[in-house]
Design a protein around this ligand. Structure first.
Ligand code: KG4
Ligand code: ZN
Length: 343
């Protein structure tokens, strides 16, 4: 089973060839970071144009690196949503056209299901029921999958996503874009106990998240400590290192706290940490420390950084089990910016 995956939901144009859901023959990613850097965030209209410019090249490159031809694939998988509508449309239209031209089946994939399957690439034997903490620039949620293809969203952010919260404060402090990796690096030299952040209580029993209060608290600390944004190329003062370390610690503690409650409630066999923020070194270490203490029966899976941020290998992996029923080409298939995860 050889599947071409295509992903274009945000600011990465990606294509990958994956055999049997886990053997990655190629995974090509054209990043738009340089295009959006000057704006400190993704500009949707520019993102769509970049996808249009890159998609043909990226798909051809994926075939070249895998050393195979279009006729050899068994199907095409594409991210249908959620994401930026203009960006999604480029991938979906390209995939539909290619499926029509080659006569290959096309399977639409939910982006979050793709992130969950990123863990299966390196560990095809992951057992259900599973619980996935999905943390990225656009999403933060706890997903319970009692069996393959069935998903229950048991917690989600009520405001910002975790990555968005990191990116926004980094932008405000002039630390660069995207902020998540910069804060990850700078926080290593900071004191996470210097600035207090109180973790919000969610009292209705849901395992939701809220990060906007941390942003407000960070802005208050910045004002009270008289912190000024860092000028490009200038050294980052200790007070900012301490602030970002404290801020990152609060976000990670919130994520781990809710994941811990979900684990206790559901008792899954597998615990997954996925999405772009799963690259974060403190989050990776805390997740392992919390759940690999020898007392829990669940096994922990965290993908390599290459598969945590947006990529097309995870989209091909997620679609692979669905090609066995020979899906026919649905020319009505359309992108969906707010596609819900159901199953
Ligand atoms: O999954 P992803 O590539 O795209 C979305 O689906 O949103 O995630 C991108 C997010 C950005 O917010 C970025 O700052 C964050 O992942 N990120 C990190 C790290 N690497 C990427 N956040 C914290 N620490 C990192 N090392
Ligand atoms: Zn993503």
């Amino acid at each position: 089973m050889l599947v071409l995956g295509i992903e274009s939901s945000c600011d990465e144009t990606a294509a990958a060839l994956v055999r049997d859901g886990h053997e990655v023959l190629s995974s090509v990613i054209a990043s738009q970071i340089e295009t959006h850097r000057a704006f400190g965030g993704v500009v949707p209209e520019l993102a769509s144009r970049e996808h249009l410019r890159n998609i043909g090249y990226v798909v051809r490159q994926a075939f070249r690196e895998a050393g195979c031809r279009q006729e050899e694939i068994d199907g095409i998988a594409v991210t249908r949503g959620p994401g930026l509508i203009g960006s999604l449309l480029v991938g979906v239209s390209y995939a539909k056209a290619m499926a029509w031209a080659t006569g290959k089946p096309l399977v639409p994939v939910h982006h979050i299901e793709g992130h969950i399957f990123s863990a299966f690439i390196e560990n095809p034997g992951i057992e259900y029921p599973l619980l996935a903490l999905t943390v990225s620039g656009g999403h933060t949620s706890l997903i319970h999958a009692p069996q393959p293809g069935r998903y229950e969203v048991i917690g989600r952010t009520r405001d910002d996503a975790a990555g968005e919260a990191l990116d926004k404060i980094a932008k405000f402090l002039g630390l660069g874009y995207p902020g998540g990796p910069v804060i990850d690096r700078l926080a290593r030299d900071g004191d996470p106990r210097r600035f207090p952040f109180s973790i919000p209580k969610i009292s209705d029993g849901r395992l939701d998240f809220s990060f906007s209060g941390f942003k407000t608290a960070a802005l208050r600390h910045i004002a009270e400590a008289g912190i000024r944004p860092v000028r490009p190329g200038a050294p980052v003062p200790q007070v900012i290192l301490d602030l970002v370390a404290s801020y990152q610690r609060a976000i990670v503690d919130t994520l781990i706290g809710q994941a811990r409650k979900a684990e206790a409630r559901l008792g899954p066999r597998s615990l997954l940490l996925v999405g772009g923020v799963a690259c974060n070194s403190l989050l990776r270490a805390s997740f392992r420390e919390t759940f690999e203490d020898g007392r829990l029966p669940a096994r922990v899976y965290i993908p390599s950084p290459a598969y945590t941020t947006d990529n097309a290998a995870m989209i091909a992996a997620a679609a692979s089990p669905r090609f066995s029923g020979s899906p026919s080409l649905d020319l009505e298939l359309n992108a969906s910016a707010g596609l819900p995860l159901v199953g």
